[in-house]
Design a protein around this ligand. Structure first.
Ligand code: PGA
Length: 237
Protein backbone atom coordinates (compact mmCIF):
# COMPACT_ATOMS: atom_id res chain seq x y z
CA UNK A 1 0.00 0.00 0.00
CA UNK A 2 1.24 3.49 -0.77
CA UNK A 3 1.90 5.52 2.34
CA UNK A 4 3.50 8.91 2.22
CA UNK A 5 4.87 11.16 -0.44
CA UNK A 6 8.52 12.14 -0.33
CA UNK A 7 9.40 14.81 -2.85
CA UNK A 8 12.99 15.55 -3.74
CA UNK A 9 13.46 19.11 -5.01
CA UNK A 10 16.96 19.38 -6.40
CA UNK A 11 16.48 23.09 -7.10
CA UNK A 12 18.97 24.44 -9.71
CA UNK A 13 21.49 21.63 -9.26
CA UNK A 14 22.89 18.63 -11.15
CA UNK A 15 24.07 18.09 -14.70
CA UNK A 16 22.53 15.16 -16.56
CA UNK A 17 25.47 12.91 -15.62
CA UNK A 18 25.09 13.82 -11.94
CA UNK A 19 21.34 13.25 -12.14
CA UNK A 20 21.83 9.77 -13.61
CA UNK A 21 24.45 8.91 -11.00
CA UNK A 22 22.03 9.91 -8.20
CA UNK A 23 19.32 7.73 -9.68
CA UNK A 24 21.67 4.77 -9.99
CA UNK A 25 22.54 5.06 -6.30
CA UNK A 26 18.89 5.36 -5.30
CA UNK A 27 17.96 2.31 -7.37
CA UNK A 28 19.60 0.12 -4.72
CA UNK A 29 16.51 0.51 -2.54
CA UNK A 30 13.55 -0.95 -4.31
CA UNK A 31 11.30 -2.28 -1.58
CA UNK A 32 9.40 0.49 0.04
CA UNK A 33 5.80 1.54 0.02
CA UNK A 34 6.42 5.27 -0.25
CA UNK A 35 5.52 7.49 -3.14
CA UNK A 36 8.68 9.20 -4.31
CA UNK A 37 8.58 12.17 -6.64
CA UNK A 38 11.76 13.60 -8.08
CA UNK A 39 11.51 17.27 -9.05
CA UNK A 40 14.56 17.62 -11.28
CA UNK A 41 15.74 20.53 -13.43
CA UNK A 42 14.14 20.57 -16.89
CA UNK A 43 17.43 19.55 -18.52
CA UNK A 44 17.60 16.27 -16.58
CA UNK A 45 13.98 15.17 -17.08
CA UNK A 46 14.36 13.30 -20.36
CA UNK A 47 17.40 11.17 -19.42
CA UNK A 48 15.79 10.46 -16.05
CA UNK A 49 12.55 9.40 -17.74
CA UNK A 50 14.43 6.94 -19.96
CA UNK A 51 16.32 5.45 -17.03
CA UNK A 52 13.25 5.19 -14.81
CA UNK A 53 11.33 3.42 -17.59
CA UNK A 54 14.22 1.05 -18.26
CA UNK A 55 14.87 0.17 -14.64
CA UNK A 56 11.25 0.11 -13.48
CA UNK A 57 12.14 2.26 -10.49
CA UNK A 58 9.17 3.29 -8.33
CA UNK A 59 9.87 6.99 -8.78
CA UNK A 60 7.63 9.58 -10.43
CA UNK A 61 9.00 12.61 -12.21
CA UNK A 62 8.14 16.16 -11.21
CA UNK A 63 9.15 19.56 -12.56
CA UNK A 64 10.10 22.61 -10.52
CA UNK A 65 8.11 25.09 -12.58
CA UNK A 66 5.70 25.29 -15.51
CA UNK A 67 4.72 27.98 -17.98
CA UNK A 68 1.54 29.91 -17.13
CA UNK A 69 0.81 29.86 -20.90
CA UNK A 70 0.12 27.13 -23.46
CA UNK A 71 2.56 26.43 -26.32
CA UNK A 72 3.28 29.58 -28.29
CA UNK A 73 5.44 32.68 -28.52
CA UNK A 74 6.72 32.66 -24.93
CA UNK A 75 10.48 32.46 -25.36
CA UNK A 76 12.21 30.46 -22.68
CA UNK A 77 9.09 28.90 -21.18
CA UNK A 78 8.40 25.18 -20.78
CA UNK A 79 4.73 24.43 -21.36
CA UNK A 80 2.52 21.87 -19.65
CA UNK A 81 2.25 19.90 -22.90
CA UNK A 82 6.05 19.62 -23.11
CA UNK A 83 6.25 18.43 -19.50
CA UNK A 84 3.51 15.88 -20.03
CA UNK A 85 5.47 14.53 -22.99
CA UNK A 86 8.47 14.00 -20.68
CA UNK A 87 6.41 11.86 -18.32
CA UNK A 88 6.06 14.56 -15.67
CA UNK A 89 3.19 13.85 -13.28
CA UNK A 90 3.75 16.59 -10.70
CA UNK A 91 4.97 20.17 -10.68
CA UNK A 92 6.02 22.57 -7.93
CA UNK A 93 4.22 25.87 -8.36
CA UNK A 94 4.99 29.14 -6.58
CA UNK A 95 8.01 27.92 -4.65
CA UNK A 96 9.30 30.65 -2.31
CA UNK A 97 12.50 30.84 -4.36
CA UNK A 98 10.48 31.54 -7.51
CA UNK A 99 8.61 34.28 -5.70
CA UNK A 100 11.75 35.72 -4.13
CA UNK A 101 14.13 35.73 -7.08
CA UNK A 102 11.76 35.81 -10.05
CA UNK A 103 8.89 37.88 -8.70
CA UNK A 104 6.28 35.18 -9.19
CA UNK A 105 2.81 36.35 -8.14
CA UNK A 106 -0.32 34.62 -6.89
CA UNK A 107 -2.00 35.38 -10.23
CA UNK A 108 0.77 33.55 -12.09
CA UNK A 109 0.56 30.71 -9.57
CA UNK A 110 -3.15 30.30 -10.31
CA UNK A 111 -2.46 30.36 -14.10
CA UNK A 112 0.22 27.71 -13.68
CA UNK A 113 -2.11 25.53 -11.61
CA UNK A 114 -4.69 25.72 -14.39
CA UNK A 115 -2.19 24.84 -17.12
CA UNK A 116 -0.92 21.87 -15.11
CA UNK A 117 -4.42 20.56 -14.41
CA UNK A 118 -5.37 20.90 -18.10
CA UNK A 119 -2.65 18.34 -18.83
CA UNK A 120 -3.36 16.15 -15.80
CA UNK A 121 -0.17 17.17 -14.04
CA UNK A 122 -0.72 17.51 -10.30
CA UNK A 123 0.35 20.93 -9.02
CA UNK A 124 2.13 21.11 -5.67
CA UNK A 125 1.29 24.67 -4.69
CA UNK A 126 3.80 26.17 -2.27
CA UNK A 127 2.58 28.61 0.38
CA UNK A 128 4.68 30.31 3.01
CA UNK A 129 1.94 31.54 5.29
CA UNK A 130 -1.81 31.68 5.82
CA UNK A 131 -2.59 34.92 3.93
CA UNK A 132 -0.76 33.69 0.86
CA UNK A 133 -2.75 30.46 1.06
CA UNK A 134 -6.05 32.39 1.22
CA UNK A 135 -5.03 34.61 -1.73
CA UNK A 136 -4.35 31.59 -3.90
CA UNK A 137 -7.42 29.76 -2.68
CA UNK A 138 -9.58 32.69 -3.78
CA UNK A 139 -8.20 32.42 -7.29
CA UNK A 140 -9.03 28.74 -7.73
CA UNK A 141 -12.26 26.82 -8.18
CA UNK A 142 -13.54 24.16 -5.77
CA UNK A 143 -13.17 21.40 -8.37
CA UNK A 144 -9.54 22.42 -8.89
CA UNK A 145 -8.81 22.41 -5.17
CA UNK A 146 -9.67 18.74 -4.87
CA UNK A 147 -6.89 17.90 -7.33
CA UNK A 148 -4.04 19.97 -5.99
CA UNK A 149 -1.56 19.52 -3.19
CA UNK A 150 -0.54 22.39 -0.96
CA UNK A 151 3.01 22.53 0.34
CA UNK A 152 3.51 24.58 3.47
CA UNK A 153 7.02 26.00 3.39
CA UNK A 154 7.52 28.67 6.06
CA UNK A 155 10.25 30.92 4.53
CA UNK A 156 12.41 30.79 7.67
CA UNK A 157 12.56 27.00 7.51
CA UNK A 158 13.95 26.69 3.97
CA UNK A 159 17.52 25.62 4.58
CA UNK A 160 19.38 27.99 2.29
CA UNK A 161 17.59 31.04 3.65
CA UNK A 162 18.59 30.60 7.25
CA UNK A 163 22.33 30.19 7.03
CA UNK A 164 24.88 27.99 5.31
CA UNK A 165 23.41 25.55 2.80
CA UNK A 166 21.87 22.59 4.53
CA UNK A 167 22.14 24.08 8.03
CA UNK A 168 18.58 25.37 8.36
CA UNK A 169 16.17 24.58 11.15
CA UNK A 170 12.87 22.96 10.28
CA UNK A 171 9.64 24.52 11.55
CA UNK A 172 8.37 22.88 14.74
CA UNK A 173 6.10 19.93 14.02
CA UNK A 174 3.45 21.40 16.30
CA UNK A 175 3.36 24.68 14.32
CA UNK A 176 3.14 22.82 11.03
CA UNK A 177 0.27 20.66 12.24
CA UNK A 178 -1.63 23.67 13.60
CA UNK A 179 -1.16 25.63 10.38
CA UNK A 180 -2.26 22.72 8.22
CA UNK A 181 -5.34 22.12 10.39
CA UNK A 182 -6.27 25.77 9.97
CA UNK A 183 -5.80 25.67 6.19
CA UNK A 184 -7.56 22.34 5.80
CA UNK A 185 -10.76 23.87 7.16
CA UNK A 186 -10.94 25.92 3.94
CA UNK A 187 -10.19 23.05 1.58
CA UNK A 188 -10.78 19.65 3.19
CA UNK A 189 -10.29 17.84 -0.13
CA UNK A 190 -6.68 18.98 -0.64
CA UNK A 191 -3.59 17.14 0.52
CA UNK A 192 -0.95 19.01 2.50
CA UNK A 193 2.82 18.58 2.48
CA UNK A 194 5.47 20.22 4.59
CA UNK A 195 8.80 21.52 3.23
CA UNK A 196 11.76 23.23 4.92
CA UNK A 197 14.98 21.61 6.14
CA UNK A 198 13.59 18.08 6.09
CA UNK A 199 16.45 15.62 6.57
CA UNK A 200 16.93 12.00 7.59
CA UNK A 201 16.99 12.84 11.31
CA UNK A 202 13.65 14.70 11.34
CA UNK A 203 11.62 13.22 8.47
CA UNK A 204 9.66 10.82 10.65
CA UNK A 205 8.64 13.62 13.04
CA UNK A 206 6.66 15.15 10.18
CA UNK A 207 5.46 12.05 8.37
CA UNK A 208 4.09 10.47 11.54
CA UNK A 209 1.50 13.28 11.79
CA UNK A 210 -1.84 12.35 10.18
CA UNK A 211 -2.30 15.94 8.96
CA UNK A 212 0.90 15.80 6.88
CA UNK A 213 0.52 13.74 3.71
CA UNK A 214 4.09 14.18 2.54
CA UNK A 215 7.32 16.13 2.79
CA UNK A 216 9.41 18.10 0.33
CA UNK A 217 13.12 17.86 0.87
CA UNK A 218 15.38 20.23 -1.03
CA UNK A 219 19.02 20.59 -0.11
CA UNK A 220 19.25 17.25 1.71
CA UNK A 221 17.71 15.34 -1.21
CA UNK A 222 20.62 16.19 -3.49
CA UNK A 223 22.84 13.76 -1.65
CA UNK A 224 21.80 10.24 -2.67
CA UNK A 225 23.00 8.62 0.56
CA UNK A 226 21.08 11.10 2.69
CA UNK A 227 18.00 10.59 0.54
CA UNK A 228 18.27 6.83 0.94
CA UNK A 229 18.40 7.32 4.71
CA UNK A 230 15.25 9.43 4.54
CA UNK A 231 13.43 6.71 2.61
CA UNK A 232 14.62 4.01 4.99
CA UNK A 233 13.53 5.99 8.04
CA UNK A 234 10.16 6.91 6.55
CA UNK A 235 9.51 3.30 5.52
CA UNK A 236 9.69 2.24 9.17
CA UNK A 237 6.76 4.41 10.28
P1 PGA B 1 15.21 22.67 1.90
O1 PGA B 1 14.23 23.10 0.73
O2 PGA B 1 14.93 21.24 2.22
O3 PGA B 1 16.56 22.90 1.33
O4 PGA B 1 14.91 23.55 3.07
C1 PGA B 1 12.87 22.82 0.83
C2 PGA B 1 12.14 23.17 -0.42
O5 PGA B 1 12.74 23.36 -1.49
O6 PGA B 1 10.92 23.26 -0.35
Amino acid sequence: MEKFFIIANWKSNKTTDEAIEWLREISKIKDHNLKIILCAPFTALYPLKLLIEKSGLPIKLGAQDISPFPDGAYTGEISARMLKDLGVGYVLVGHSERRRYFGETDIQVAQKVRMALDFEIIPIVCVGEFNQFINILNKLETKELAKIIFMLEPPGAISVQTGPVGQGEAESVQNVVEMIKKMKRFTPASNFFYGGSVKSHNITNFLSQPEINGVVTGTASQNAQEFIKMIENAAKI
